[in-house]
Write a protein that binds this ligand. Sequence first.
Ligand SMILES: [Zn+2]
Length: 235
Amino acid sequence: MGEQQDVAIGKKYAPELEKQMGGKIDNASIQNYVNSVGQKVANVSHRRSWNYQFVALEDDMINAFALPGGYIFITKGLLSKLTTESQLASILAHETAHVVARDTAVLMSREIGISILLSAAISDSTSSTARTAADLTRQIIGFRFSRRDEKDADLAGLDYMVRAGYDPNGMVETMQILESQQKERPIEFFSTHPNPENRIAYLKSRIGSRYRKREGLRIGKEDFRSAVLSHIKKN
Ligand SMILES: [Zn+2]
């Protein structure tokens, strides 16, 4: 499976994933903001040639997804728990790192198979034997990455967010937010992104060794509030 197949598969499954997760949030401020933060991160990643798209979805589950080829999604449920732009950047950077490492592409080709992915019917077929894109998308949404892939995505994502000008402590804060949510009820993010042991500890250690100078790095609390939270809370 090469780069062109990654893009073809991402393009084919992105609309179906959006549909199953409640559709795009119908708000230009949120979409433009999420996409602009994502583009900053993707522009400093190890694979810049893809046409990345960062989309906010209506679903209230707390989760984020990446499809091959640069299609990245974050739910309203997760956005509503965050408080700063650097926290948002950390989620988008983590997902970008999964795309760059082709984690989803590898899982999709191993668990489903390229020819099935490419030949699945787009609309619900009347044939009982053909697997539809809708069936396959449900399977893709539930994919779990390995703990090793998660740790790699965290550390590469941390590097991307700093290169993009964000305070890396945003990733530690995001983990703390997710863990405190997890104490209330199991959240979807940890069913698709297994929690590696000591996630906060290794992030703090990496920040301490590589990114000690954090002056001038962006946090963006007020911008996040006005571009995202003020629109979500109104609904
Ligand atoms: Zn992950």
